[in-house]
Design a protein around this ligand. Structure first.
Ligand SMILES: [Zn+2]
Ligand SMILES: [Zn+2]
Length: 171
C-alpha cells in the first residue's frame, strides 16, 4: 500500500517525468497513526534527478475518524492537501549527507518508493486543530455533562453569570 514502482524512470535520463493517479484503502495500525475513514486518493508526479527522485503529490484527499472536541461525538474530518513534495535518494553516498539529516531512499532492491511516511506526515500536518462536529456545536455542560445540542439544563455557569443582565453595572 502506497508503495509504487519506479522501474519505468529509474534508468532514464534526468528530467524524465512519470505521472499517475492513485486511490487506495490504507490501514495504519500504529498507536499515533491517524485512523482513516476513507481511501487516500491523489495524483503523483515522479521526476528523475541525477541522484534522487523528486516526488510531488497533488490533490490528495482522505478523511480521518475522530471525536468532536466539544461534545465527544464520533465524527469524520475530511483532509485535503493541495501539494506536497519530497526527495527520495537513489545513490547519494552517506558522506554527502549532513549529520543527523533524515533522508528518504528509493528501495533499490525492489525498484520501489514507499510513500507511507511522506503521506502520513502530510496528513498529520493538515490534521484539524480542534475537530468539531459542527461550528455551532454547544458541547457538554461542564457541570452535569448533558449534551447541550440535545437538551438544556439548569446549571449555572460562571460564563453565564458574566453575561447576566443583573450583573451589568449601571452606566
Ligand atoms: Zn460536537
Ligand atoms: Zn448542566
Amino acid at each position: 500500500m502506497l508503495t509504487f514502482s519506479v522501474s519505468a524512470i529509474l534508468g532514464k535520463q534526468q528530467g524524465t517525468v512519470q505521472r499517475f493517479d492513485f486511490d487506495e484503502a490504507v490501514i495504519w495500525d500504529g498507536k499515533d497513526d491517524p485512523s482513516l475513514a476513507e481511501n487516500i486518493s491523489g495524483s503523483i508526479q515522479l521526476l528523475k534527478l541525477p541522484h534522487e527522485i523528486n516526488v510531488q503529490i497533488s490533490h490528495l484527499h482522505t478523511a480521518v475518524n475522530d471525536d468532536c472536541s466539544r461534545c465527544l461525538k464520533p465524527i469524520t474530518c475530511p483532509i485535503n492537501i493541495d501539494f506536497a513534495e519530497r526527495e527520495f535518494i537513489i545513490d547519494l553516498p552517506e558522506r554527502d549527507l549532513e549529520a543527523g539529516e533524515e533522508v528518504k531512499r528509493v528501495d533499490l532492491s525492489a525498484n520501489k518508493i514507499d510513500l507511507n511516511d511522506m503521506i502520513r506526515e502530510e496528513i498529520l500536518l493538515h490534521y484539524p486543530f480542534i475537530p468539531v462536529c459542527s461550528q455551532s456545536c454547544k458541547g457538554l455542560c461542564s457541570k452535569c455533562g448533558i449534551n447541550l445540542n440535545e437538551k438544556t439544563c439548569n446549571c449555572i455557569h460562571e460564563g453565564m453569570l458574566r453575561i447576566s443582565p443583573f450583573k451589568i453595572p449601571k452606566a
